[in-house]
Design a binder for this molecule. Structure first.
Ligand code: HEM
Length: 403
């Protein structure tokens, strides 16, 4: 046994429906765990932050994404599925490339920029909810949580929102977590090829006729030799996937938690100002991204474990966000929680670029939803909840609610 590392068989981490008891078992086992195939894992808040905060020792740039997917959990697809990004993106690079790529689009995601689109986001939320206002039960995933972020990110990128639906299907294929059914790998590959072709056409068009949207901004960076053609396509795919799948899951998980804890729902109905802290609490309590990964770039120490160069480390954000050393009553869902420095949006240089957008979209989604169905009920029974077959992205595939 390497110093400080405890063997723990997490290779069959199948508790997608309820991973939280497994996290307690991990905590009891030790701070740095190793699966039978050699992958390491950290799960405590302090250790997850340490890993993400030290990009000299723990890198995404050093990872072969295809191999990473296979080592992670042996599933087809997943955020790291081989052909998802053909070129490097800010997410897959270390400095200085990371800054180069992130700087091109950074400005579009500052809280100030998001202020400018708030009324449009609200309008989209209202349009989606309008047909659902007749009191019939509806699937909050398919009818609201999935289309809202897709339309918003399509508009920010500058592609016609009529194409938003296609985008959703494509991006679900790319992440391997499609809402309705699992696609076979061949269809998945075809969809991601279609997505890349579509984006290449959008880019070419802007070379002829410049636009002021995100793709337009990247095309300018391309003409200034800041980004290559392939990097522009990969950045579009990243923004689509990162923005759609995650925000959809946050909205869904919040609806589920409020359905399970009607007292917390009542607090939001009585005091809508708490919706913002309720969004933070959902990010912590049932994180849309439960797990990330890094490759160790130089020998280092976490807790008292020696981690060697080349080792692959899973970081369990979902477990860290329930760490009793970091949060008071971590298993309690408290929409008014004050101290809430969760790691649901990552930590360090790769901290979520879209965090201000995701927070705003979700707050607006619930402001509008609670106007329409203030005391909604979740009709889907716990035993019928289905989750994607990977802990990378977590939320029920469908959730039927009624006012
Ligand atoms: C609830 C919604 C969201 C969650 C839970 C989430 C979560 C995360 C996490 C955990 C990371 C860190 C990845 C890592 O360190 O390996 C990340 C990075 C990122 N997110 Fe988000 N995200 C959300 C929404 C969005 C949105 C709406 C966008 C953009 C439209 C976005 C764009 C990105 C990008 C581009 C990165 C990479 C940043 C970098 O590498 O510098 N995300 N996100």
């Amino acid at each position: 046994m390497t110093q400080g590392i405890v063997d723990f068989d997490f290779s069959a981490m199948e508790e997608h429906v309820d991973p939280y008891p497994t996290y307690v078992a991990m905590r009891n086992a030790g701070r740095v765990l190793r699966s039978p195939i050699g992958t390491l894992m950290v799960h405590r808040y302090e250790d997850v932050r340490r890993t993400h905060g030290d990009h000299d020792a723990f890198s995404l740039g050093a990872i072969d994404m295809g191999a990473a997917a296979a080592r992670r959990d042996g599933h087809e697809g997943g955020l790291a599925s081989g052909d998802f990004l053909l070129a490097e993106t800010m997410l897959t690079t270390d400095p200085p490339d990371h800054e180069r790529l992130r700087r091109v689009v950074n400005r579009a995601f500052t809280p100030r920029s998001i202020d400018a689109i708030e009324s449009r986001v609200r309008e989209i939320a209202r349009q989606l909810l309008a047909p659902l206002a007749d009191g019939e039960a509806f699937d909050i995933v398919a009818d609201f949580a999935a289309p809202l972020p897709t339309i918003v990110i399509s508009e920010l990128l500058g592609v016609p929102s009529e194409d938003a639906n296609k985008f959703r299907v494509w991006s679900e294929a790319v992440t391997g977590t499609n809402v309705r059914a699992r696609l076979n790998p061949e269809t998945s590959r075809q969809y991601s090829a279609q997505l890349r072709l579509y984006l290449s056409e959008q880019i070419e068009r802007r070379k002829e006729a410049p636009t002021d949207d995100l793709i337009g901004r990247m095309v300018v960076a391309n003409s200034e030799q800041i980004m290559t053609d392939a990097e522009v396509v990969a950045a579009c795919v990243l923004l689509l996937v990162a923005g759609n799948e995650t925000t959809m899951r946050l909205i869904t998980n919040m609806a589920l938690a409020l359905g399970r804890f009607p007292g917390e729902l009542e607090r939001l109905v009585e005091n809508p100002d708490l919706i913002a802290t309720g969004v933070e609490e959902t990010l912590r309590y049932d994180s849309p991204v439960q797990m990330l990964f890094r490759a160790c770039k130089q020998d280092t120490v976490v807790a008292d474990a020696e981690i060697q160069k080349g080792q692959f480390v899973l970081t369990m954000l979902g477990a860290a966000n329930r760490d009793p050393d970091a949060f008071v009553d971590p298993d309690t869902f408290d929409v008014g929680r004050e101290e809430n420095m969760h790691v649901a949006l990552g930590h360090g240089i790769h901290y979520c670029l879209g965090a201000p957008l995701a927070r705003r979209e979700t707050r607006i989604a619930f402001e509008e939803l609670l106007q329409m169905v203030p005391r909604f009920k979740v009709l889907t029974r716990d035993e019928d909840l289905r989750y994607p077959p990977t802990l990378m992205l977590r939320s029920p595939l469908s959730l039927v609610v009624q006012g």
